[in-house]
Design a protein around this ligand. Structure first.
Ligand SMILES: C[S@@+](CC[C@H](N)C(=O)[O-])C[C@H]1O[C@@H](n2cnc3c(N)ncnc32)[C@H](O)[C@@H]1O
Length: 304
């Protein structure tokens, strides 16, 4: 299976789907969430599915997507949401609901040659868009020790980020990073705590840097806020604390730092009504069935 959708029923309920509405699935992937949305849309409803990974395109050409005239696949990074929607003829302030299920799909993680997983030895790539940007190997071979420390510390919360960054630079004195195996061997003597957790943190940190995931998320939140109509729903599923903090702050205050802003008259300016004071998390049964759901957090904002 390409990907088992996480918090599926909860996401669909959160979107408050009207049969004739306009919806966006910003992270189409295997189309699990998108199929659920499409099932509730009538002939006049529209669903725009975004994914920057060309592998997702094949899923978009299969049932039920191939037979609904209101389904449109947009092979693009969701950071360009507003621009792409405008090209598709959708005006700002006219979208009923936008869903983003962040991170990588099981298909990406389980395909060895994509280089996302420490479980396989393959080229250190990690780009979701295989045609654009620098690979994880490029970053490891080019970043300064300070930049590498930032990546490991900030994006992976790796406790010995400085030591790991220095070890990467020492490795570069003799060789160049090429494969996941190069990175795993370098990490082995530096592991703190459980091996799988340490390697997951290091690989997650690099993946976030390679795909500029925090930059893309911020641009997405800005675009989504402009595209939604009053009463429209923003529904975001995150998988690590940095993402969750940005989404929580955005929904609460309209900025990524969570700073309340006031207008000239002292009224607090907030683009969203917070629907989830606490995030919705998967049940024990869902985690048991799909362990990859374990860190998921779903937050909902309703556009004012
Ligand atoms: C967790 S999966 C989504 C799975 C999907 N909800 C499903 O039910 O199959 C995340 C997907 O979003 C895509 N993605 C992640 N960041 C993206 C971005 N900035 N722009 C477009 N697509 C992105 C990935 O390529 C991946 O296919």
């Amino acid at each position: 299976m390409y990907h088992a959708p996480v918090l599926l029923q909860e996401s669909l309920e959160a979107l408050h789907i009207h049969p004739d509405g306009v919806y966006v699935d910003a992270t189409f992937g295997g189309g699990g969430h998108a199929a659920g949305i499409l099932q509730q849309l009538g002939d006049n409803g529209h669903l725009y599915g975004f994914d920057q990974d060309e592998d997702a395109l094949e899923n978009a050409g299969r049932p039920p997507f191939d037979s609904h005239q209101g389904f449109h696949f947009i092979p693009s990074n969701f950071r360009y949401l507003k621009r792409q929607m405008r090209v598709s003829g959708v005006r700002p302030g006219s979208v009923d609901g936008i869903l983003a299920d962040l991170g990588v799909s099981s298909h990406q993680l389980d395909t060895p040659e994509r280089g996302f997983s420490y479980r396989f030895d393959a080229l250190l790539d990690m780009r979701m868009n295989k045609k654009d940007g620098q690979t994880a190997a490029d970053i490891l071979n080019a970043f300064t020790p300070d930049e590498l420390q930032q990546v490991f510390g900030r994006y992976g919360e790796v406790r010995n980020a400085r030591t790991l960054a220095n070890a990467c630079v020492q490795f570069r004195d003799k060789s160049r990073f090429r494969t996941t195996g190069d990175l795993v061997s370098l990490c082995e003597p530096l592991v703190i705590g459980e091996r799988w957790r340490y390697l997951s943190q290091v690989f997650q940190a690099l993946r976030i840097a390679v795909n500029d995931e925090m930059g893309a998320l911020l641009a997405f939140l800005e675009g989504a806020t402009e595209m939604l109509k009053s009463g429209g729903r923003l529904v975001v599923i995150t998988y690590h604390s940095l993402e969750d903090r940005m989404v929580k702050n955005w929904i609460k205050t309209g900025n990524p730092d969570g700073i309340m802003k006031q207008d000239f008259y002292g009224n607090i300016e907030r683009p969203f009504e917070v629907i989830t004071k606490k995030p919705i998390e998967p049940t024990a049964a869902e985690i048991n069935e799909n362990p990859r759901a374990r860190s998921a957090k779903l937050r909902i904002g309703e556009k004012k």
